[in-house]
Design a binder for this molecule. Structure first.
Ligand SMILES: Nc1ncnc2c1ncn2[C@@H]1O[C@H](COP(=O)(O)OP(=O)(O)OP(=O)(O)O)[C@@H](O)[C@H]1O
Ligand SMILES: [Mg+2]
Length: 495
């Protein structure tokens, strides 16, 4: 499931270093021997591998089989048990028997499944798999699933796989994030860990890198991360947005001009390519590069030399090229809008950014990261996200990816009326099926509704509404302020 998405996330096209990535990338974790197939009597382990088995009616024979294979099995018969058994510092594998839990238990199970330190495998029968809620939980939180009935040996094999994956995510450096100056890339899902590994490998080469990904997925951040980890880090990182500069200006922007090259060229101007000498040139939105500029860029890539407009001198420039686009360049090539030869020069190494909806638990991790960064934008003390907000974040499709998540969370920080950001604050109320809320939140909602109804019944005559509600006029006035029910035109009608 998630691992297959990461396998396609990085496609090395050439380069010996990346051949290493290719062999690792194409290796399924099932083929990886370490934690999966370690024989029972093999070298003594410092600690037994922990396995959390969540089932309302656990299969005793399965527990015995897993124990005999060296697992230390903890059985959770309810969502509450899962919460109690998960230890924040212990990475473990998990089995969740979806077939044994009724639909009403699913919201409770979700909190346990969301725990970053457990690599979950789901068991489900065909009826439960028909339930969209079960399918969503498996898609979001589990490494894999099996249809029951299934041989115990298969389950043992898959949990070994999940255990290996969860340790793999944890063991790689850097553990969770990759730091880019004062900004950082957050990600723990396999697709992002794979991306971080690729960034480190790609950074050591001088080959051109082509980054593709939907809008807002972090293409520019990745380009910067590659530069900052490369031997060129002390030289400039020069971005140019090929789509934002008028076509007739692009040539002079890229290659610069000499004094007198055209009317208004009062002095020599150094182009972006030359400005990046010794460093990295980031050609953003390369798909928007007009044909004429494609030809001159190709010439530069072939010769490593530029000529300023109006100049006669060939100037050698040493830059590393990273390019990015959110458009389908293969399509543009087949329609003749993008030169194939240029594409092959630009795309020696390829990085595909995973869309946010494929990043599983990272959605929540990123949301908390953004909240931590921007929470001082609000005078209120915002503590986190309400369950409805978390659920909506996992259900929503995120067409604008991380950028959209940042915008929604920042807006919610300003809009939130309670200490927890709700699905409504994120403007995603329709993506939250179960409007779970704390008792305090439920009281708040009920109170607001009752006041609104009373005001409506009494056409905003406060004395009458207050009598109806059994409170004083002063209290009603205060509560209206708390709930944002006072309108600027004056509250009290007809008194
Ligand atoms: N993994 C991540 N961790 C933290 N922040 C991220 C991550 N990925 C992206 N961002 C943030 O999301 C925003 C969008 O990222 P970026 O500009 O790199 O995306 P992009 O793919 O270039 O977008 P576009 O296609 O719109 O140009 C930035 O503010 C960036 O800092
Ligand atoms: Mg960008």
């Amino acid at each position: 499931m998630r691992e297959s998405s990461h396998l396609s996330s990085v496609t090395p096209l050439a380069g010996s270093r990346l051949r290493l990535a290719a062999s690792r990338g194409s290796e399924t974790s099932a083929a990886r021997p370490a934690a999966v197939d370690a024989p029972r009597g093999a070298a003594p382990r410092a600690r037994a591998r922990v396995l959390l088995y969540a089932a309302r009616t656990p299969d005793d024979a399965l527990v015995e089989q897993l124990k005999s294979r060296g697992w230390s099995v903890l059985v959770a018969r309810s969502a509450h048990d899962i919460g109690k058994l998960i230890k924040p510092a212990t990475l473990c594998a998990g089995i969740v028997d979806m077939a044994s839990f009724p639909a009403r238990d699913l919201p409770g199970l979700e909190a346990g499944l969301r725990q970053q330190q457990v690599g979950w495998i789901a068991l489900a029968n065909p009826e439960r798999l028909a339930d969209p809620a079960v399918r969503r939980l498996i898609r979001h939180y589990c490494f894999d699933y099996v249809k029951l009935p299934v041989a115990h040996a298969t389950i043992d094999y898959l949990v070994g796989h999940a255990y290996g994956m969860i340790h793999l995510s944890d063991a790689d450096l850097p553990p969770d994030t990759t730091a880019v100056s004062d900004d950082e890339m957050v990600g723990t899902c396999e697709a992002m860990q794979q991306l971080f590994r690729t960034i480190r490998k790609v950074a050591n080469t001088d080959a051109s890198v082509f980054i593709s990904g939907e809008s807002g997925t972090g293409k520019e951040l990745t380009a910067l991360a590659i530069h900052e980890r490369s031997p060129r880090r002390k030289a400039p990182f020069v971005p140019i947005n090929c789509g934002a500069i008028a076509h007739h200006l692009l040539q002079s922007e890229l290659f610069g001009y000499e004094r007198g090259a055209f009317t208004g060229a009062n002095q020599r101007k150094i182009g972006r390519v030359e400005a990046a000498n010794g460093g990295t040139l980031f050609l953003d939105e390369i798909g928007d590069l007009p044909m004429e500029s494609q030809a001159s860029l190709l010439r530069f890539l072939q010769e490593g030399k530029i000529e300023r407009l109006g100049g006669h001198e060939s100037i050698s420039v040493d830059v590393r090229i990273i390019s990015a686009t959110h458009v389908d360049l293969e399509g543009a090539m087949s329609e003749g809008r993008f030169r194939q030869d240029l594409f092959h020069r630009l795309c020696v190494l390829r990085v595909d950014e995973p869309p946010l909806r494929a990043r599983g638990k990272d959605i929540e991790l990123l949301a908390h990261h953004i909240l931590g960064k921007f929470k001082t934008d609000s005078a209120r003390k915002i503590r986190g996200f309400a369950p409805s907000a978390i659920e909506a974040m996992y259900s929503y499709h995120w067409p604008g990816n991380v950028r959209e998540l940042i915008n929604r969370v920042r807006r919610a920080i300003v809009m939130a009326e309670s200490k927890l950001i709700s699905a409504e604050d994120l403007d995603l109320a329709q993506f939250s099926e179960q409007q779970t809320m704390s008792l305090a939140q439920a009281r708040e909602v009920a109170e607001k509704r009752a006041i609104e109804a009373a005001l409506l019944r009494h056409r905003h005559r406060l004395n009458e509404a207050a009598v109806d509600l059994g409170i004083s006029r002063v209290t009603l006035y205060r509560l209206m302020s708390t709930h944002g029910l006072r309108d600027a035109s004056g509250d009290d009608k007809g008194e």
